[in-house]
Design a binder for this molecule. Structure first.
Ligand code: GTP
Ligand code: ADP
Length: 188
């Protein structure tokens, strides 16, 4: 599983659960909805199972808490402000090696590196600056678990791993267009 947050609203992997897209003020003011749709399609096209998906807006203190490990870095204040400046979308994504696949799909943190070295990546395509780089993705299983709890406090990863992960893994899922997530295909 992997956790991802798309800011316009930005995942979970046990081998696989987590990602978040970030996109806020400047982006959502113009074409945030369109971008969010494109990012959602990119997730589907890359064979991620969408376990959970939720639109939300952070308060400043949410942003400060989520990025506490960066407090003291020169970009902390701008990051905190950006992440609480508009809507974002949080995902729990599942697929084999979800964390590394998502991070590859996102591209490098620094936007010019992304543009030149990975122009087809999400950050290469949509990133504005090193801070406003469109998406977040957990960097390890441990951070995925912590970040999933942050965004989806009611989600029980252990139970999901036990009951649903094997069915996601074997493809016994279907896409629910209305709720924009994958659900188990019921075998009766
Ligand atoms: N070491 C260091 N690098 C900085 C500092 N400020 C900006 N940078 C880097 O300079 C590059 C361009 O920064 P800016 O042009 O200021 O970016 P910006 O337009 O402010 O956009 P945001 O990062 O979204 O606020 C990026 O690689 C930043 O990481 C700083 O105070 N210290
Ligand atoms: N040098 C930097 N300049 C500006 N913003 C940065 C810089 N490094 C990191 N950030 C911001 O902090 C976020 C978290 O940083 P980090 O966890 O190191 O990268 P990543 O999001 O690629 O895992 C980045 O996505 C970016 O928004």
């Amino acid at each position: 599983m992997a956790l991802s947050v798309l800011p316009w609203a930005q995942q979970l992997p046990a081998s696989r659960l987590t990602q978040l897209p970030k996109e806020a003020r400047s982006v959502s003011r113009s074409n945030g909805a369109e971008r969010s749709k494109a990012l959602h399609q990119r997730i589907l096209d890359n064979n991620f199972g969408i376990v959970r998906c939720k639109d939300l807006v952070w308060r400043r203190q949410d942003s400060e808490r989520f990025y506490a490990e960066h407090s003291g870095r020169f970009f902390y204040q701008r990051l905190v402000e950006f992440m609480s400046s508009g809507p974002m979308r949080a995902y729990i994504l599942a697929r084999e090696d979800a964390i590394s696949h998502w991070r590859e799909l996102m591209g490098p943190t620094k936007v010019f590196r992304a543009r030149f070295n990975s122009p087809a990546s999400i950050r290469g395509q949509f990133g504005l600056t090193d801070t406003r780089n469109t998406t977040h993705g957990s960097d390890s299983l441990e951070s995925a678990q912590r970040e999933i709890t942050f965004f989806f406090p009611d989600f029980c990863a252990d139970e999901w791993m036990k009951k649903e992960e094997p069915l996601f893994r074997s493809g016994q899922i279907r896409y629910d267009h209305q709720n924009q997530i994958h659900t188990l295909s019921l075998s009766s």
